[in-house]
Design a protein around this ligand. Structure first.
Ligand SMILES: NC(=O)c1ccc[n+]([C@@H]2O[C@H](COP(=O)([O-])OP(=O)(O)OC[C@H]3O[C@@H](n4cnc5c(N)ncnc54)[C@H](O)[C@@H]3O)[C@@H](O)[C@H]2O)c1
Length: 395
């Protein structure tokens, strides 16, 4: 801590996994509340706060693993460590972390379908992360006001998410006092187990905990290993034929990240017993329909090419939103609007990648840049960035 620390009256927040996609958006919404924020993230997939944190926060100290960023009003502490190590050390020595108001536990190995299906034992580390998290939380019951546990729609039984039988997934379909079905791979097992631990930690230790079950969250700055930004990039490149994983008939319930974070706060205010609440639109959109929305936003009609050897997961996953509607939330951002934002972001990313590529490789090597679908001659004949932007139809 620095001697000229701002005066903070409220307890700080903690966000584990705060450098990830959801965490960055959450932190941007927590900052206006004025309290200090602690982040624990080992940057497994997350981005360093130097890259994304509001520039009003100036880097102060870089002692051991903790970096402090300070504005006139508040501080953000970044613990660059595995959450398992950081929390184990705090349990052992009780010297790392302060008391907290709200704790958001997001740290997890997630990834798109390629990781969930392709490296399930890597993803199973989430079981260790969550069990250690709840061990830590139950050792400091009086020092935490509330917890939000990031569960997932992947915790729901997969036998009711297929072609033959599918229904809108309702919270009560995960019921720990009855039989329950197989969740989605080790990712789903870890979320189901995390929800069970949440209920125990709330019921037996008296912690206030809410579990959130986001369906398919997406947003402008999401990693390209997720379908929506990956499709947006291919459309921005005017790929033709436009590829889709599997037949494209499999569907998901897409929810924009801004809506998702708004839901976090509402759910945390209303649920305290460790039970779960869906965050979704209540609608299913097949990937073929997703391609249709994107290509019509871009104004072209590509041929669709299914990639049948790619993993696709269950065929039908969508939420029942009665509970969250009763809590007073509904999504504000339609898929048309949200996908439109992601498409613009994809074009900007593409432009950025292209400019960096040319800066380090020169124009003569441009054929090696993944430029499929774009008329390279536009760029080769012309130095002007504006014209390049024009050719990519960047607004
Ligand atoms: N994005 C979605 O649509 C979605 C849907 C359902 C559930 N969730 C849940 O929300 C949470 C955040 O997801 P996301 O999309 O931001 O994923 P993400 O991969 O972008 O973020 C996860 C963060 O956790 C960090 N992390 C991973 N292992 C860690 C460890 N051992 N110690 C410290 N940090 C670690 C990563 O570096 C990353 O910053 C996850 O728990 C995920 O299961 C997300």
């Amino acid at each position: 801590m620095t001697s000229n620390s701002p005066k903070i009256n409220k307890l700080p927040f903690l966000v584990t996994g705060g450098c990830g996609f959801v965490g960055r958006h959450l932190i941007n919404k927590l900052i206006p509340q004025g309290s200090d924020i602690w982040i624990i993230d080992n940057l497994f997939t997350g981005k360093h706060p130097d890259i994304w944190l509001d520039k009003k926060f100036k880097k102060q100290t870089n002692k051991d693993k903790i970096i402090c960023y300070q504005s006139d009003e508040q501080r953000i502490f970044f613990v660059n460590d595995d959450v398992i190590n950081a929390l184990t050390e705090d349990i052992k020595f009780n010297n790392l972390l302060p008391d907290f108001s709200d704790v958001f536990h997001l740290a997890s190995i997630v990834g798109g379908r390629a990781i969930i299906d392709g490296d399930p034992i890597l993803v199973a580390k989430d079981l260790a992360i969550d069990s250690l998290f709840f061990l830590w939380a139950t050792r400091r019951v009086k020092r935490i006001k509330r917890i939000l546990y990031a569960s997932s729609s992947a915790a729901y039984p997969i036998h009711i998410q297929n072609n033959k039988k599918h229904i809108a997934l309702q919270e009560a379909m995960i019921n720990f006092s009855e039989k329950f079905g197989l969740p989605d791979m080790t990712y789903g097992w870890s979320k189901l187990t995390g929800e069970y631990l949440s209920r125990l930690a709330a019921g037996r230790y008296g912690l206030s905990i809410a579990c959130v079950r986001p369906f398919s969250g997406y947003g402008e700055d999401q990693d390209l290993s997720y379908p929506i930004p990956a499709i947006a990039r291919r459309v921005a490149l005017r790929e033709n034929p436009l590829t889709v994983w599997g037949t494209g008939k499999q569907g998901r319930d897409f929810i924009h990240i801004d809506d998702c974070i708004d839901a976090f706060f509402i759910i945390m205010d209303k649920i305290h017993d460790g039970s779960g609440c869906n965050i979704g639109s209540g609608k299913i959109l097949s990937f073929l329909e997703v391609l249709e929305v994107f290509s019509s936003l871009e104004g072209y009609k590509p041929e669709i090419k299914p990639l049948v050897d790619k993993p696709v997961g269950v065929t039908h996953r969508y939420s029942d939103i009665q509970l969250i509607s009763k809590l007073g939330w509904k999504p504000k951002i339609s898929c048309d609007e949200g996908f439109g934002k992601v498409l613009i972001a994809a074009k900007n990313r593409l432009l950025h990648d292209l400019v960096s590529y040319v800066a380090s490789n020169g124009k003569s090597d441009i054929n090696n840049f993944d430029f499929s679908g774009i008329d390279k001659s536009e760029f080769l004949n012309n130095d002007s960035l504006d014209q390049l932007k024009d050719s990519l139809k960047i607004i």
